[in-house]
Design a protein around this ligand. Structure first.
Ligand code: HSE
Length: 461
């Protein structure tokens, strides 16, 4: 029989005491939801949740938080005997790392949204949690409201994940979507993102890919049972994506996205963040604006897609509350949830050894033999060409005319390769720049199909 636990029944149980570090955009929403939904959360957990303290830097800036809960002494708060669960929404590495290690070592469960810390030192936090038997949950650290880490860790625990690829940064997705829809260049789109509140005053963490790289490290670690840190993740941001790149993608039936791609192939793993063309027919291509979406391929489950809002106060607070309820339930029942496992300890491939495809646009002199020369460079590097298109540009490259007559016309060669090692592709582009007939490299972007059958990735046999 299903029934809601009565208040009297709940009173039998000791409350689960919660300390909150940080009361900003997400933290203030956590406080609100904890207050507004107190009875419902207590019924779900089997014991009431009590917020016993909120550590902030400037208490006067938090009129919405009951004054008697506010403190500026986070170290004292996380050390209080009464605290069962510490919710950390401060971000950054120090002093948070020390505070959370202390809490975990003292047996307090931790719920954190701190992607940078987890991507840098998740191993130390997990070890401290294992030592004391506490829970360490961090669903909100990747893709805000989207349930992603729990499905990877729990729902797919019996499967073998071969790829996790997606759009995990809303700011850059907004900028690239704006460039695609209006033809704006990067700077104009960034300014618009700032005006509308999608980009921070210092957008570095987003536009240079640091935020996405931290998330990729967390996803790869969980998906492949291997510790992958932010330093292991190859990272390229979107600053160099041009309006011409976006137009070239359109011409190929593609769109440009900043992707986080984590793969397991042949006994090793890789994790990378970079802009790439993807076919407009791929489900990730239609993810626009500030939304996030992640595509998981598993050997038995096949392809799964997770979509939703990757940032925002209430959205991220939803993920935090989910973790908090899970940690509190474990306290009430007297156990702990699934722990991080890194038993596979697979080697992490260098970017040069990962396999991708390139789109290369070359400004060349349009005369006999140039295409053959260009193709020869690809062949020398063992890179197979999938398609070549020539666009005449109508101009002349006067330097070839030594008799006063107009020189050969310029043209743009647009080449898309088959899959090759990133090192071979990069060396090919480097060598192309040395050809006399190549006047310039107009654009280089990786191309990701993202639709390879699982069997091709080694998971189907
Ligand atoms: N700044 C991130 C984004 C959200 O733009 O998606 C928090 O990780």
């Amino acid at each position: 029989m299903t029934q809601t636990r009565s208040a009297a029944e709940l009173d039998h149980r000791r409350a689960v005491n919660v300390a909150l570090l940080g009361a900003g955009v997400v933290g203030s929403q956590v406080v609100r939801l904890l207050t507004e939904q107190a009875d419902e959360l207590a019924a779900r957990i089997g014991a009431p949740l009590h917020l016993v303290g909120v550590a902030v830097r400037r208490p006067q800036r938090h009129p919405d938080v009951p004054a008697d809960l506010l403190t500026t002494d986070a170290a004292e708060l996380v050390s209080r005997d009464e605290v069962d669960v510490v919710v950390e929404l401060v971000g950054g590495i120090e002093p948070v790392r020390g505070l959370l290690l202390t809490a975990l070592k003292n047996g307090k469960s931790v719920v954190s949204a701190n992607k940078a810390l987890l991507a840098e030192d998740g191993a130390a936090l997990a070890a401290a949690a294992d030592e004391s038997g506490a829970d360490l949950y961090y669903e909100a650290s990747v893709a805000g409201a989207i349930p992603l880490l729990r499905p990877i860790q729990q729902s797919l625990a019996g499967d073998r994940i071969v790829r996790v690829a997606g759009i995990v940064n809303g700011t850059t997705n907004f900028i690239l979507s704006a460039m695609a829809s209006s033809g704006a260049n990067y700077t104009e789109a960034l300014e618009e993102a700032g005006r509308l509140g999608y980009a921070e005053a210092d957008p570095t963490a987003d536009v240079d890919g640091y935020d996405a790289a931290s998330k990729a490290a967390i996803l790869a670690s969980l998906a492949f049972h291997t510790r992958v840190t932010a330093d292991d993740v190859y990272r390229e941001g979107i600053r160099d994506v041009t309006a011409a790149d976006i137009a070239a993608a359109k011409a190929l039936g593609c769109t440009v996205k900043l992707l986080a791609i984590c793969e397991q192939t042949d006994g090793s793993v890789s994790a990378r963040v970079h802009p790439a063309m993807i076919p407009r027919s791929h489900p990730l291509a239609s993810v626009s604006g500030a939304y996030n979406a992640v595509f998981i391929e598993a050997a038995a489950a096949g392809q799964l897609m997770f979509y939703g809002q990757g940032a925002g106060g209430p959205q991220t607070a939803s993920a935090v509350l989910g973790d908090l309820v899970a940690a509190a339930r474990n306290r009430v029942i007297g156990g702990r949830g699934p722990r991080d496992t890194a038993h596979a300890a697979l080697p992490v491939l260098a970017m040069g050894d990962t396999h991708t495809r390139y789109h290369v646009a070359l400004d060349v002199t349009d005369r006999a033999g140039v295409l053959a020369q260009v193709a020869g460079v690809f062949a020398e590097h063992g890179v197979s060409i999938a398609t070549v298109r020539q666009e005449g540009r109508g101009g002349t490259s006067g330097s070839d005319a030594d008799d006063g007559a107009p020189g050969p016309k310029d043209a743009t060669l647009v080449i898309v390769t088959h899959s090759a090692s990133d090192a071979a592709l990069a060396a090919t582009v480097e060598a192309l720049t040395g050809l006399d007939a190549v006047r310039g490299v107009a654009g280089v972007l990786r191309v990701e199909g993202l639709g390879r059958p699982v069997t091709e990735l080694g998971g189907g046999s």
